[in-house]
Design a protein around this ligand. Structure first.
Ligand SMILES: CCCCCCCCCCCCCCCCCC(=O)SCCNC(=O)CCNC(=O)[C@H](O)C(C)(C)COP(=O)(O)OP(=O)(O)OC[C@H]1O[C@@H](n2cnc3c(N)ncnc32)[C@H](O)[C@@H]1OP(=O)(O)O
Ligand SMILES: NC(=O)C1=CN([C@@H]2O[C@H](COP(=O)(O)OP(=O)(O)OC[C@H]3O[C@@H](n4cnc5c(N)ncnc54)[C@H](OP(=O)(O)O)[C@@H]3O)[C@@H](O)[C@H]2O)C=CC1
Length: 515
């Protein structure tokens, strides 16, 4: 019997960010391994024309939850969606709901965040810092609370090269930042943002670091732990391999490369690609919830959920395997044949952006205009290149994260728990994982049918022929222009033609002699 699964039985659990990538996998695993849990409260806001109830209904009826419905048929009754907006005071939770949350909650998993790199500092602070502070305040009023688990990121201190499982202070106190966001106007905030974030690359990593400081400062008597995952990717094993549902991290780039939009990236092939499967993060999170509640460590423990120091893979190997998978499992209706050049040189990157990204987009838009359609490729390409430029920081550096606490926890688990809540990334086979990841992107993000693979392969063959034809035509045109303008080019051309003629004559003569 799993001790961790048994621990969550009968418990009332509060999850923020349950509609997000990690939140869904967390709920799924909880229901599947502890179907006897009492209730999961989730803080949800209406979105994209859907009410909170409709959103929950959609999640529970998705493929991700198919197994859950077998082991926990009354899952609908065990999930309680509470209307909440983390951007508002008291999260806009009604008095009755707040009362229930405060009096019943046993465990809190705080996953909600804005993960956009370019979010305005005011918004990023509101969600990643102020909301965390408010949630801690709520938690301090929960008499039955056993553990509060905060999800941060391994990149909250990405300005350092070696990162320990400790909280590093930021120069300006989070409280001061929170206060100043209330009275500074947007223009001033824009001006001071670069100074505040310092050598971090974006507002996301900065506000996640502030969020950790808030957790440390406001922890009071709470039993708290912080999890720091690196780049969270598709599921490795559970509930099935390759599940992913958003474009964050590598998923968007896999699509861009598979569809032939992205053919070169400024990335260091030997830099460590610190990817971590989402189910690994969730298993660690649940194990930490159990350990924090049962063993009540004296201080707030931080757990790095990273792969680099235990089972490293680099971007070169990852890119190679992604491309190899496209050969077997191509995406449909690709714009160009998938290809990826990793370059560390800024000038080469600019060259590839002009020749391999912008030029084909302009030519395609010209073709769309000629055929009476609306041009769109240049716009798509510009957005993609902007996205890629924001991710470049993470694919050109390597970090070392110490994992003492994570390894300590692994050794504390029973063999059964190590199996059911496996977060030992040393067992991960990267080649297999990446292949499943690409397959998952095709199935769950692009919603492409596997029956379309032969047609997709045919399409790639057509693209290859067009590519050859285009290059040959381009060469001939360029050469013709050169010959018309330069005596030297003409001389070279006549030399080559006469050389070929002589060679052919000699070849013909020697073969006649043999006969
Ligand atoms: C062979 C090749 C091999 C490839 C493998 C190489 C993989 C390298 C991967 C490096 C990943 C590094 C991640 C580092 C993560 C740090 C860890 C965390 O905690 S971070 C936590 C994780 N957080 C993150 O990862 C957040 C990253 N993302 C962002 O911050 C924002 O999306 C944005 C600022 C980049 C763009 O914002 P904005 O333009 O205002 O608007 P939208 O957001 O609405 O999207 C616009 C368009 O871009 C599209 N698209 C979106 N994402 C990607 C993508 N990754 N990619 C491509 N495309 C992407 C999207 O579909 C849309 O298309 P369309 O509708 O125009 O056709
Ligand atoms: N994905 C990654 O690569 C990594 C993620 N992390 C961390 O993991 C956690 C989860 O990330 P992930 O699941 O990928 O992120 P997602 O963007 O997929 O999910 C974010 C969640 O936060 C919720 N949320 C955002 N704003 C509000 C709001 N105002 N009110 C209520 N809920 C809100 C979202 O709700 P809604 O659906 O309504 O938008 C969603 O459920 C975050 O703390 C992130 O920093 C750490 C390392 C890497």
């Amino acid at each position: 019997m799993s001790m961790i699964a048994a621990f969550y039985s009968g418990k009332s659990i509060l999850i923020t960010g349950a509609t997000g990538f990690m939140g869904k996998v967390l709920m799924e695993k909880l229901f599947r391994t502890s179907p006897d849990l009492k209730v999961i409260y989730i803080l949800v806001r209406p979105k994209a024309g859907q009410t909170t109830q409709q959103r929950v209904f959609q999640i529970l009826n998705s493929k991700l939850f198919e197994k859950v419905k077998e082991v926990c048929p009354n899952v609908h009754e065990k999930i309680r969606a509470i209307y909440a907006d983390l951007n508002q005071n008291d999260f806009a939770i009604s008095k009755e709901d707040m009362q229930e949350l405060l009096s019943c909650t046993n465990i809190v998993f705080h996953c909600a965040a804005t993960v956009r790199f370019d979010d305005h500092l005011r918004h990023a602070v509101q969600l990643n810092v102020t909301a965390t502070q408010q949630l801690l305040l709520m938690a301090s009023q929960m008499p039955k609370l056993e553990a509060f688990i905060h999800i941060s990121t391994a990149f909250s201190n990405c300005n350092l090269k070696h990162i320990d499982e400790v909280i590093y202070p930021c120069p300006v106190e989070p409280k001061k930042i929170i206060d100043s966001m209330e009275w500074l106007d947007d223009a001033i905030i824009d001006e001071i943002t670069p100074k505040l974030i310092g050598d971090r690359p974006n507002t996301y990593t900065y506000t996640k670091a502030l969020g950790e400081m808030v957790v440390q400062q406001e922890s009071g008597n709470l039993n708290i732990a912080i999890i720091r995952p690196s780049i969270v990717g598709a599921t490795w094993q559970e509930p099935f391999p390759g599940w992913v549902d958003n474009l964050n991290g590598p998923s968007g780039l896999i699509i861009a490369a598979g569809k032939g939009f992205l053919r070169a990236i400024r990335a260091t092939p030997m830099a460590v690609a610190d990817l971590i499967p989402v189910d690994t993060v969730v298993n660690l999170t649940l194990a930490v919830g159990w350990y924090t509640a049962v063993h009540r460590p004296k201080s707030t423990l931080i757990y790095h959920c990273t792969s680099g120091n235990l089972n490293p893979c680099n971007w070169g190997k990852m890119g190679f395997q992604v491309l190899a998978t496209f050969e077997k499992i191509p995406f449909e209706r690709a714009f160009r044949r998938p290809y990826a050049d990793f370059t560390t040189n800024t000038i080469t990157t600019q060259y590839w952006n002009a020749v391999s990204h912008r030029a084909p987009a302009i030519i395609y838009d010209f073709y769309l205009r000629l055929t009476g359609r609306k041009p769109r490729m240049t716009k798509v390409m510009n957005r993609l290149l902007r996205t890629v430029s924001m991710l470049e920081y993470f694919v050109n550096r390597s970090w070392e994260w110490s994992t003492y606490n994570t390894e300590m926890l692994m050794s504390e688990l029973s063999p059964e728990d190590q199996r059911v809540f496996n977060f030992d990334v040393r067992q991960l086979n990267w080649l297999e994982y990446i292949e499943n990841y690409v397959l998952g992107v095709k199935k769950y993000l692009l919603k492409e049918d596997m029956a379309g693979i032969p047609e997709a392969k045919q399409h790639l063959k057509r693209l290859r022929n067009i590519h050859y034809l285009f290059n040959t035509a381009l060469f001939l045109i360029a050469w013709r222009l050169l010959i018309a303008r330069s005596q030297m080019a003409r001389n070279v051309w006549f030399f080559i033609v006469s050389f070929c003629y002589k060679f052919l004559s000699y070849f013909r003569a020697s073969s006649t002699l043999k006969v």
